[in-house]
Design a protein around this ligand. Structure first.
Ligand SMILES: Cc1cn([C@H]2C[C@H](O)[C@@H](COP(=O)(O)OP(=O)(O)OP(=O)(O)O)O2)c(=O)[nH]c1=O
Length: 209
């Protein structure tokens, strides 16, 4: 299934490949009527470089995910990858895989403003010469209210922190503590839809109207 609305011609054979293991990203694409022809998670080293700042880190990882997958796909395809990073000033908060790390993130984020960067990268495979590589990055601001120890316990118990940048999900229980946000809600969840649509409209063929 190509899943693209390309009207006939060579572009109809070009698959959109989502280079992501994130079910949120797939759901977000579907929200705007795009069903990727293939989902192919990128397996790259996500360790930040020494002194790497959050914005270039997100940009680098999205580009590396797209390049990694584009190099493994046969035939004409357009690969879309993204990376979401939660930043407290110059500090990159981890993608949390255990309760202790998630708790430490929530304690840091409590009562403070932070930034969520989501970078997206589009990369055509070698077999699609007419495709154009492109990238965007979106910075959003989120302020949590001050979190009590009981509230942090409840967020940990809810489990939304698993595999999430900064140890929370704005689409989950943490929404009850978001005092302020600006930027891109879909970007915070993992795929900024306005910017993704803009990049896809810039491709040859009509991926989106
Ligand atoms: C801040 C925040 C992050 N997240 C998610 C988005 C991303 O899935 C994840 C950050 O990790 P990423 O490394 O961006 O993505 P991933 O490992 O989940 O998937 P892949 O690399 O295969 O595309 O955190 C939310 O779902 N809600 C939020 O509010």
């Amino acid at each position: 299934m190509t899943g693209t609305p390309a009207p006939g011609g060579a572009e109809a054979e070009v698959r959109l490949v989502l280079a992501s293991a994130s079910p949120r990203r797939l759901d977000l694409l579907r929200q705007i009527g795009l069903v990727p022809g293939q989902v192919f998670p990128a397996n790259i080293d996500e360790t930040p470089r020494h002194d790497e700042l959050p914005r270039p880190y997100a940009e680098r990882l999205a580009a590396e995910k797209a390049a990694h997958v584009a190099g493994q796909i046969e035939g004409p395809a357009l690969v879309l990858a993204a990376d979401t990073v939660v930043a407290l000033g110059r500090r990159i908060l981890p993608k949390t895989e255990d309760e202790q790390t998630a708790r430490a993130c929530l304690e840091r984020l409590s009562g403070r403003r932070h930034t969520v960067f989501t970078a997206i990268a589009l990369r055509p495979t070698a077999a699609w010469a007419e495709g154009r590589a492109g990238s965007r990055i979106v910075a959003s601001t989120v302020t949590f209210s001050r979190l009590t120890p009981v509230q942090i316990d409840a967020l940990i118990a809810a489990g939304d922190w698993q595999g999430k940048a900064g140890g929370y999900a704005i689409q989950g229980h943490a929404a009850a503590f978001v005092r302020f946000m600006s930027g891109s809600y879909t970007g915070i969840v993992g795929l900024p839809l306005f910017e993704t649509a803009q990049l896809l409209r810039g491709q040859k063929g009509s991926w989106l109207s």
